[in-house]
Design a protein around this ligand. Structure first.
Ligand SMILES: Cc1cc2nc3c(=O)[nH]c(=O)nc-3n(C[C@H](O)[C@H](O)[C@H](O)COP(=O)(O)OP(=O)(O)OC[C@H]3O[C@@H](n4cnc5c(N)ncnc54)[C@H](O)[C@@H]3O)c2cc1C
Length: 412
């Protein structure tokens, strides 16, 4: 009897992990990875600034799923099969030690993504997986054999035709997946893809000259929505970046796309204090520092240049003393500290790193196997799914988890 032909479309993290798991689970199957580009694992290579943030040291799956704006519910099930603990163990068993940074991000201890690329390539080769590059799939046709089994006919951009008994689609997010048009029509419901993880452009901001200044804790929110986040904020020469902004862009990805990335961003620079507490603190400070200049005395630990700009933008001169501070500029300062407003006009990619919000709906798949409910034998893994995380290693964890789950079941 001829062996089961498993074809994986997409030579990224999810495709490799799916193919490797399938080869380890179903050693008699013939497994081929088809990759459109001339090289495989391109995103792994450039990821994490060339270091590859493989996963996150969050080993409690109930907590881990909270880092995914889309996919929390399906991941609760999927992580039972392969979670961050399993990722660390898998790489260790395959000769790669991971190290954890202070913020929980995990990288290869060699500090280079080539270690991950080499590991995946060597493992795939050892298992006899065929890796074919410059093999973009342009169309898929589904047929059913006389015995009722699913079969797939793939046509490559080169016009070559390939037959498959089982198929894993791991073609990544938009726009890599070329808007998913090559997939068989009505294959699976598609949640319309929009970008996630980006920074905000504020061309008219008076803070632009302070590019490079960062604040360790700020509250950011989008006017007219319930979307808000807290965390470090970075002032850039085009607007705002940093973890708080990236998180906001991820959780509000769909709302921001609907607004065409034009909205009012509100920033609370002292998010631990409400307005009353802030006023009381300023009052106290004023009593104790009456003879000192407002611009040179910063009660909130904000960067000095930022504080000085707030003071001048609130209508005070450099020589203004705390004791003689009139009510109007004081109120303006309070407003600026708690509710600064900026008009965002567009977005910018964060260090070329972005992920896709949207993709193949998990509802159309078996949540335990990632097999299509409508088309037995067709599986999905990675960013092509409607699952995405914030920065920190969560998107690769999704690729390992879903690649593993699909690979584990694809030969059954
Ligand atoms: C610059 C950058 C840095 C990143 N850094 C990190 C990080 O450090 N940590 C982290 O967790 N996440 C990171 N991410 C996100 C992470 O890289 C992705 O979520 C992850 O690579 C998705 O893996 P994937 O296999 O699903 O898709 P991809 O890696 O996109 O792979 C899909 C592959 O399919 C191929 N393909 C597409 N269509 C076809 C077709 N029709 N036929 C054949 N092949 C096709 C593509 O060419 C591609 O090689 C980063 C993203 C970027 C852009």
């Amino acid at each position: 009897m001829s062996s089961l032909r498993i074809v994986v479309i997409g030579g990224g993290a999810a495709g490799f992990f799916g193919a490797i798991t399938a080869a380890e689970t179903f050693p008699d199957a013939t497994i081929t990875i088809l990759e459109k580009s001339r090289t495989v694992l391109n995103k792994v290579r450039i990821s994490g600034g060339g270091r590859c943030n493989v996963t996150h040291a969050c080993f409690d799956n109930k907590k881990l799923v909270r880092y995914y704006p889309r996919g929390e519910k399906p991941l609760r099930t999927l992580l039972n099969q392969f979670d961050a603990t399993a990722t660390v163990r898998w790489f260790d068993e395959h000769g790669v030690t991971l190290k954890t940074e202070a913020d929980g991000r995990m990288f290869p201890s060699t500090n280079t993504s080539e270690t991950i690329v080499t590991c995946l390539m060597a493992t795939a080769r050892r298992l006899g997986i065929q890796i074919r590059t410059s093999c973009g799939v342009s169309t898929l046709t589904h047929t059913t054999t006389d015995k009722g089994q699913s079969q797939w006919q793939l046509t490559l951009l080169t016009d070559e035709v390939i037959q498959a008994d089982r198929l894993l689609i791991a073609t990544g997010g938009y726009p890599q997946a070329a808007s998913y048009t090559w997939m068989p029509s009505q294959t699976e419901p598609l949640i319309s893809p929009v970008p996630s993880l980006f920074t905000f452009n504020v061309p008219e901001s008076y803070l632009l000259p302070l590019a490079g200044v960062s604040v360790s804790d700020a509250g950011v929110s989008i006017q007219g929505t319930k979307q808000e986040q807290r965390g470090p904020l970075l002032l850039t020469h085009w607007g705002f970046s940093g973890p708080a902004v990236l998180r906001l862009s991820a959780w509000a990805a769909r709302e921001l796309a609907a607004m065409d990335y034009r909205f009012t961003l509100r920033i609370n620079w002292t998010p631990t204090l409400n307005e009353n507490q802030l006023r009381n603190m300023l009052q106290e400070f004023r009593q104790q520092n009456g003879r000192k200049q407002v611009a040179s005395q910063n009660p909130f630990g904000l960067p000095n240049r930022l504080w000085q700009l707030f003071v001048s933008e609130s209508g005070m001169t450099d020589s203004q003393r705390w004791a003689d501070l009139p009510a109007k500029p004081l109120n303006r300062l309070v407003e600026r500290l708690t509710n600064s407003q900026f008009q965002v006009v567009g977005k910018t990619t964060f260090k070329d790193e972005f992920v896709t919000c949207g993709g193949i709906s998990i509802d159309s798949l078996n949540p335990q196997t990632l097999e299509s409910k409508a088309h037995p034998g067709l599986f999905f893994a990675g960013e092509v799914l409607d699952i995405d995380g914030i920065t920190g290693g969560f998107n690769f964890q999704n690729a390992w988890t879903t690649g593993y789950v699909a690979g584990r079941h694809i030969g059954q």
